[in-house]
Design a protein around this ligand. Structure first.
Ligand code: HMG
Ligand code: MG
Length: 315
């Protein structure tokens, strides 16, 4: 296929399971379990793991122990441990915890910004300005994240120009990279390419990332569509865990195991060991008693069990 020639040789997979995957769990996830999850993901080889969120514990109780998670994990020297930071309050906590990359997050619709961070898009950018300055002063990487870029649960359709407008404002803040997020998983490949084309006109395509939730089963197709435009960084969640507390009905991110299976099948390097991720997915789904939402993960677990003489389930 002609377009194959243009695919990147290496793709960065950012593992967001410890943050996006767990933030919505109603039952507290024990600190030990969070720490073991991050440690297993570190050992699997990810260069960037979103491990924490320094947000209001009243808004997202599950992330309240973020400082303890950061203190207890075993850090690989060549990996970045990233965390969400909505304001200076969160930034101070993130710096004290030794976060390597802070993520400021806003939205492409006013309605979603109000629900998620309790302010307008413009107010959010104003709040991020001192965060960005502090990040630069501390030598910490700065990433921006834009929710509802492919559709909003409150507003409905979101024009690509609105997403590109927020990309421009985050670029002006000095963001090193910017995430385009399909929070509610409604995008389809043509819409994804339209949004990335608009954003790539105002910010380097190779510093944009795709953050696709899989609510409508489109995430892998959307990832491939963005890959064809030269996007080379994607977010995923081990075992497909997750959902957004401010987007009811939204399911988890695309499963990391499925993303790795796709990329490795295309001959694209990721630096990540698929087997170790499948085992981490098995660990966390058992620990929090959640179904494993990775198709590749379940298939490989069944195959390995069969190879050991255990009956494979009827998958
Ligand atoms: P607010 O209530 O407007 O904040 O919340 P405030 O500044 O008025 O402060 C109210 C209280 O919160 C004060 O405490 C502050 O100290 C405290 P009080 O005096 O009442 O005791 N506070 C904080 N505490 C800890 N850490 C902080 C912090 N800031 C204030 N950082 C705020 C505004 C932004 C803080 C709140 O709305 C918030 O924390 N929102 C975060 C929501 C969130 O985490 N959502 C999920 C993550 S985003 C996501 O999942 C999308 C993504 O995956 C991409 C995608 O898929 O779309 C990234
Ligand atoms: Mg998300």
């Amino acid at each position: 296929m002609h377009t194959m020639n243009t695919l990147p040789r290496f793709v960065e997979v950012v593992e967001v399971g410890p943050r996006d995957g767990l933030q919505n769990e109603a039952q507290p996830v024990p600190l030990d379990v969070k720490v073991e999850l991050v440690n297993r993901l570190s050992a699997a080889g990810f260069a960037n793991i979103e491990a924490a969120a320094f947000v209001s514990p009243k808004w997202v109780p599950q992330m309240a122990d973020s400082a303890q998670v950061m203190a207890r994990i075993h850090r690989r020297a060549d990996a970045v441990y990233s965390a969400l930071v909505p304001n200076m309050h969160g930034m101070e906590a993130a710096l004290a915890a030794g976060v390597g990359e802070v993520v400021v997050f806003s939205a492409a619709s006013e309605a979603f910004a109000q629900k998620n961070i309790n302010c307008s898009i413009t107010e959010s950018i104003d709040r991020f300005a001192p965060v960005a300055q502090a990040a630069k002063a501390a030598g910490v990487k700065l990433r921006g994240s834009i929710s509802v870029a492919l559709g909003c649960p409150y507003q409905g359709a979101v024009p690509p120009s609105a997403v590109a407008g927020v990309v421009q404002r985050m670029a002006d803040l000095g963001c090193d990279s910017i995430d385009i997020a399909d929070t509610i998983g409604v995008g389809t490949p043509g819409a994804v390419q339209a949004v990335f084309a608009a954003c790539g006109a105002v910010f380097p395509m190779d510093r944009l990332a795709g953050h696709f939730h899989d609510t409508y089963g489109q995430a892998l197709a959307n990832l491939f569509a963005a890959l064809q435009l030269g996007v080379a960084s994607f977010h995923s969640s081990v075992a497909g865990l997750g959902g957004c507390p401010y987007a009811r009905g939204a399911t988890g991110n695309v499963a990391t195991e499925d993303v790795l299976y796709l990329l490795h099948g295309l001959g694209i390097e990721t630096g990540v060991n698929l087997r170790a991720v499948v085992e981490a997915g098995d660990f966390i789904t058992r620990a929090i008693q959640r179904p494993n939402n990775s198709r590749a993960g379940k298939a490989l677990l069944a195959k390995w069990a069969a190879a050991q003489g255990e009956p494979a389930c009827a998958a």
